[in-house]
Design a protein. Sequence first.
Length: 181
Amino acid sequence: MDFYNLVLRRQSVRKYTNKKVARDLILKCIESARLAPSASNSQPWHFIVVDEEPYLSEVAQATITAALPINKFALQAPCIVVIVVEKPKLITRLAGFIKQRDFPWIDLGIAAEHFCLQATELGLGTCMIGWFNEKKVKKIIKIPPNKRVGLLITVGYPPDDYKLREKIRKPLNAIISFNKY
């Protein structure tokens, strides 16, 4: 499949079958994420694959709050990948301080999208989740207190009747200019 069609097919999937995802497929997605570029090649990420009980349902439950119960679909996911932000190289930290940029979080987003695009190419559905109880997630899967959880990605097989949605985006001329703003 060409890249443009892959991008058209990649969407946030919020419904999964109960079919378990083979670890070799998850590893292929992580390998694609591992190859993502990062500032000064810091690779400031660590992937935790959560695919066994009771961890899976507990991590899924940590994405749901009474105030915003938007992530109930996570309870259906047969796998959740937790991405931990790791400390970047000294040069990256220095550059981030000078330029007031948080390069590790940018890098994490790039790696996460590599993961999701690879999953799409393999016929898997994914959804990046940024709304979760970080303290609970860290406790459940024993992430050290000094670490930050950047994103969770649900991974699984969408049901056969899951429709590819039309992408509603701003028109190209609304988001682009040449040579000046």
